[in-house]
Design a protein. Sequence first.
Length: 392
Amino acid sequence: MTISVTQLNNYIRGLFDIDGVLNNVSVCGEVTNLKKSRDGWYFSLKDDAASLNCFCYESVTAPEEGKQAVAEGQINYFVKNGSVSFFVRRLTATNNTGAAYLRFIELKEKLNKEGIFDDERKKEIPRCCKTVGVVTSETGAVIHDIENVCLRRQPFTKIILFPVKVQGVGAESEIASGIRYFSDTDVDAVIVGRGGGSNEDLSAFNTEEVVRAVANCEKPVISAVGHGTDFTLCDFAADRRAVTPSEAAEFVTVDVQAIKKRIETLLTRSSSLIEERLKQRSGKVVLNAHRINSRALVNFVRTKNSILILLSDIERRVTEKIKKHEKTYETVLAKISSLNPVNVLMRGYGYISNEEGIVKSVGNLKLDEKFTVTMFDGKINAIVKGKEKNES
């Protein structure tokens, strides 16, 4: 016989309803995974081997995380999702603290004394990581969320996954190995993460091995374990805690598109300001050009008039000098003309010369010597036939 899921779940629900033990039972265990809701409290009761999901209204004594308590109520089986929950009608707290919680507190105090959680030793997370190492499960939503956010914000991001178990036997060793592996690589940052879960689900991230691996990592480590209300020792040791894996991805990347839009906005504003400044400066340049042109024209006319006056004065002085020199020239020319031998010859004079040159004295000529008499219109060749010398 084949039946539907709903039929099977209804059958199981009927078995729960008719079971007298399950309708009125007392359970003792450690309170974990405590979460406040609008109507009451969700929590788990656990021992060393198992845990039980519980709910109680606000009217019931409020449960305390890590405390031992005795819960009285009934087991409910939910047909819709086939889950079991313990509806607590009465909760009695004991004075004992749960062993798991005590171990958590002792380890936390020990590591805190060593300075593992000190802010001074935390490294700064780079804002634009080119390569990011991720330590998480390869099948969970964590790696997909990190990849989607990183590649959407910063498409050139290289994401390297070190796949590990995030809960169960051996999970802490695998997680610590992944962190140590990335510590010796050239990644810019390491994200250690997993989704939400109970305290038991997150227990691997509360182990000393994982916490020390985080603290000793040479690369900045971001812890993205659980949800916003979940805290683990890995969170305290990490250089930064992210509420979700998506937020961790935002820590190590920049929004390229947002930066691009911001740059475009700044460029547009700058262009508008430059254009406005150019218009203002252009108006000032035109105004100054008109002023300079007017001043230059006035100075040009003024200089031109000064030059014309100077040239006129120079011309007057030069004319006076020329006239003065002309008169001097005429006087000198008259004197030169009066001393010109040709003019003297024209008045009836002449001069005598022989082979040696001009004869200046009677004594320079000998009897029967040939000589020449030069007059203004020609020459006379003669011979000395006699000579007389004046008596002084």
